[in-house]
Structures are given as structure tokens and as C-alpha cells.
Design a protein around this ligand. Structure first.
Ligand SMILES: Nc1nc2c(c(=O)[nH]1)N[C@H]1C(S)=C(S)[C@@H](COP(=O)(O)O)O[C@H]1N2
Ligand SMILES: [Mo]
Length: 263
């Protein structure tokens, strides 16, 4: 059954027409996550009784996520998590509209890179209209433009020991007694080289807005929203992430979410 049918059914169940629903704004109702067979519930149920290794065996990780048409974009991408970083380094870059931004690519690569936004805009481009599913139970369809991560990795030359891509972000998501906690994430090289995994600098036909991760965020379309690091400062190729944060591979993973959030 297509997602559009699910959406319509969910709207009917809620006793609304699409027109009245669109007046409500937000993403929760519009993308039908009250449907019993929704993506996030499937994820939760699978996470309950399958290990990550089993998920990998069950899911075809090369398959493409559904792509939509412009008519399916019903509302702006709902900003979530950190939406306006106040970190000094970030504010300095933002003040000149990210003209001095550089994406650092390092770790287990043959050729470390330091890429400006202008350079990335001259690289191969991929544009895709996809649905973002947050673990909190909402979805949004948006149009993303960026450079395939696989291309950037091929320029840098991934060393054979590397296993994961670690995203270092600018934003502080938590302040605790032990200090400042910045958002971070990891994905493996299968997802990093998936054709729809892009470093997005554009959204819905414009530059990526600050609430959604300006100047650069990753799209990992076969996984839940928390895997898609916003405000990316650097990419590091690593063979192990047990020494980063609390060792589970991401800010939310360190607080109990699954590392592999496949949908
Ligand atoms: N750097 C950073 N990346 C992040 C987050 C965050 O708080 N900081 N939140 C995550 C979560 S839970 C979601 S659902 C998406 C939200 O992306 P959006 O704001 O474009 O909707 O970003 C993800 N990436
Ligand atoms: Mo999320």
C-alpha cells in the first residue's frame, strides 16, 4: 500500500479533509502517523525483538527510500531538536552567511579535505523528495539537495581500516555538570555510500535554513531522523566509536535509542 493511501486513510479516520488538515500546520497529522501500520511503530516493534545483526539480514540496505513529487510537500520541514545553535564558532560563521564555513573531512582517509560550500556546490548534485520520520511520531516530506556523501568519500579516499563515518556537529544539545555535550552521530559505510545519502546544503529549493541544520546536514533516508546530523562541522572516518561520547555511536544512542534505526 502506498504512503499516500495510508495518509488519506489516516485523515479519513481522523474525520478531516485534506484541506482542513493542512490548515493545522505541523507534520503530525498530515503524514498519517496514527495509522496502525506506520513506519515508526514498525521500527519500534522490530527493535523490540530483533538484534541489529538480524535487522541487517532482514532489510535490504541497498534499496532506495520512496521518493515523492513536489505536490506531496504539504508543509515546511518541522524543525526538531536543536534549531538555533548558540555556540560561538557557529554564530561566527552564521554572521557572514557561512562564507567562511569549511567541512573538514579527516580520520582514516588518504587525503584529508577542507571544503567550502562553494566547492561543494560544484560537486555532483542529487536532489530528492523524501519523507523524514522522527522517532517521536511525526513525519514530513521535503525536497533535499546536496552532494552524495559517497562522492566526498571517494575524493578523500577511505582507508581500508575505516568502518564508520562520524559526524561532529557545532551545536550543544545539553549542558551538564560534566560540561557541554555536542550532538554527534555515526553511520556505517553501507549507509554512507547509499545513493540517497547526501550532504544537503539545500532544502525545498532554497539554501538549507538554520532551524534545519544550516549550512550542511546529512540525509540518511533509510533511517530515522535522529541519525541525520544537522550543523555538521566535520566528518571523521573511524574504525570504532566506543571512545566517543558514552560510546554508543550518537547523542540519542547514548541515551537509549538504537544505533541502527532502519525504516
Ligand atoms: N546537530 C543536530 N542534529 C540533529 C538533531 C539535533 O538536535 N542536533 N536532532 C535530530 C532529530 S531527533 C531529528 S528528528 C532531525 C530533525 O531535523 P529537522 O529539524 O530538519 O526536522 O534532526 C536530527 N539531527
Ligand atoms: Mo527525531
Amino acid at each position: 500500500m502506498s504512503d499516500r493511501l495510508l495518509t488519506r486513510r489516516a485523515l479519513l479516520r481522523a474525520g478531516m479533509t485534506a484541506a482542513s488538515a493542512s490548515l493545522l500546520g505541523g507534520c503530525k497529522v498530515l503524514d498519517g502517523l496514527s495509522a496502525p501500520d506506520n513506519t515508526i511503530r514498525r521500527f519500534m516493534e522490530r527493535a523490540n525483538d530483533l538484534t541489529m545483526a538480524m535487522q541487517r539480514g532482514v532489510l535490504n540496505r541497498d534499496a532506495l527510500a520512496t521518493e515523492y513529487s513536489a505536490a506531496d510537500i504539504r508543509q515546511p520541514q518541522r524543525p526538531n531538536g536543536v534549531t538555533n545553535p548558540q555556540d560561538d564558532a557557529y554564530l561566527a560563521l552564521k554572521s557572514t552567511d557561512f562564507a567562511d564555513y569549511r567541512l573538514e573531512v579527516g580520520g582514516m582517509v588518504h587525503q584529508p579535505l577542507s571544503l567550502s560550500l562553494a566547492q561543494m556546490r560544484t560537486m555532483p548534485v542529487r536532489r530528492q523528495i523524501t519523507r523524514h520520520d522522527c522517532v517521536e511520531g511525526w513525519s514530513c516530506i521535503a525536497d533535499w539537495t546536496g552532494v552524495p556523501l559517497a562522492y566526498v568519500l571517494s575524493v578523500a579516499g577511505v582507508r581500508s581500516e575505516a568502518r564508520y563515518v562520524l559526524f561532529h556537529c557545532f551545536d550543544t544539545i545539553e549542558r551538564s555538570l560534566s560540561g557541554t555535550v555536542r550532538y554527534y552521530e555515526t553511520i556505517d559505510l553501507v549507509d554512507a555510500r547509499h545513493p540517497q545519502t547526501i550532504l544537503a546544503w539545500g532544502m525545498n529549493g532554497a539554501a538549507l535554513p538554520v532551524p534545519n541544520g544550516a549550512p550542511l546536514r546529512v540525509r540518511v533516508e533509510r533511517q530515522l531522523g535522529y541519525k541525520m546530523a544537522k550543523y555538521i562541522r566535520a566528518i571523521e572516518l573511524v574504525d570504532d566509536f566506543s571512545a566517543v561520547g558514552r560510546g554508543r555511536g550518537g547523542y540519542w544512542e547514548d541515551r537509549g535509542y538504537e544505533w541502527y534505526a532502519g525504516i
